[in-house]
Write a protein of this length. Structure first.
Length: 86
């Protein structure tokens, strides 16, 4: 099976992710968060990405937690007092 990597195909995929996210799909929140984090088809938005990741993390997604941690680590000062605890 070939993936549709055209702009149209990617827009359709993001639309499906949005629909699944609205229905409460944790995996869709993580995937859509990544789209916002990277600016894939949608406007790049760290706040939208973090909101989606937090939603998924609250429902148990370790992938969402790792994504939030990665985003936090990229912007936080290197001082130990700002580190996220496991």
């Amino acid at each position: 099976m070939r993936r549709d990597t055209t702009r149209e195909g990617l827009e359709h995929a993001v639309a499906l992710l949005r629909e699944a996210s609205q229905k409460g799909a944790v995996l869709a929140d993580v995937a859509l968060g990544y789209c916002f984090e990277q600016g894939i088809v949608v406007a790049k938005s760290s706040s939208e990405a973090a909101e989606l990741y937090r939603s998924a993390w609250r429902r148990g997604s370790q992938d969402a937690y790792r994504a939030l941690r990665r985003m936090h680590d990229a912007i936080r000062p290197p001082d130990k007092e700002f580190a996220m605890r496991d």
